[in-house]
Write a protein that binds this ligand. Sequence first.
Ligand code: GLN
Length: 485
Amino acid sequence: MATKITKEEILKLDALTIGKLIKAGDLTSVEATQAYIDAIKAEDPKYNSYITVASDALDEAAKINLKIKSGELTGPFAGVPIAVKDNICTKGMLTSCASKMLSNFIPPYDATVVRKIKEEGMVILGKTNMDEFAMGSTTETSFYGPTINPNGENRVPGGSSGGSAASVAASLAPISLGSDTGGSIRQPASFCGVTGLKPTYGTVSRYGLVAFASSLDQIGPIGKTALDCAALFNVISGIDERDQSSAESSKVDLEALASFDVKGKKIGIPDEYFGEGIDADVKARVMEAVKYFEDNGAVVETFEMPIVEYAIPTYYIIACAEACSNLSRYDGVKYGYRPEDVDNLMDLYIKSRSEGFGMEVKRRIMLGNFVLSSGYYDAYYNKALQAKALIKKAFDEAFAKYDVVIGPVAPTTALKAGESLSDPLKMYLGDICTVLINIVGLPAISVPCGSDHEGMPVGMQIIGKHFDEETILGFAANYQKGGRS
Ligand code: GLN
């Protein structure tokens, strides 16, 4: 047995290294889990990144220890702790979606991704905070109060997977799962200075993910490194008969990633991603990162993508239309919150929704019903579908020329707390760089690339071809191997 690793040292490690140490017998799953549980107890009151801390984590870790010893568990993450966003169902553990509506919902089953991480032998530390029903970009709309960005006290962590990103940034989890409907993995990763992968639509099962907008929703990993994200992607991806839109995809070759070379690779830079409204520091940091690739032999070219102008309206019409349909299941009958003193069925519907949903969720349900209503369907929803076809065409043309497209993740660094709550439109506009990717189902990764003049992290977004996670992860790993963050 090597010299004992201290708790402080454990918290600094990336998830794959923890897995390696456990495999080598230098660390046990119980020791790793204990370090995180202690850290959460001591530090999370400052950040509020968890809604629920698992009461059985140490017991689970002890069981996993035995299975590792007996050779039953051999995966790279066997024994490694993980945090899970609170819109992903965990059997027997509260899955609230950060909403009063589901504040009593204990799922009787595991989401497919949860089943897979358990089969890998990962230990669930708890469920992370988020914007209510994943609607938002700041983690301020949570029924359980806002999460604070570990990089700055009065800064939001981004959203909606703000708890998943903040927990990794604050070393309260070595790795986590988030979900991304219009940027909710990439943008909080960017605001918190960690790495987040939104995989190709369909590669990771949505079974057991509380639905927001089904054609856009995608679960993915948030970690300290691209290699961690790649390895977790390998664990959670794969076809699932319980998800009609799930697709077969190949696993990422981790060894190829570690030696990925950008020489001769073609990078496209859309002009519109660096136009008006994009913060000067953000532009500068992302362009410096692009320069790094260029210095290492990549070929960089700018191109025009005027369709970016339609990104926000197209996304919000499609997302709200699907959300209002998905959320109609919350009626106080089958799931979640049920008010007392109801006179009749209609009263039950009205009161459970009025009292169970927060402002942002109600706004989206109303917007969704509006764009789908008979007089406006053609003017809004059908138009959005036409725009979607044009967005697909624009990316098809770009990927005929380039291996990856690179731009910022968000126009700004982390906003100040409270800044966008009073102005939802401002918050929506912050999604300009991420939403197009969900509309056409592409994979994209958010990689930290320095900070602004106030020390807040900046994220670069690397977008790839459908099912080509390996190339975007390769670029990210190559950048991080060069000692960049
Ligand atoms: N910020 C976007 C929204 O509010 C994206 C949310 C998400 O990806 N879940 O809809």
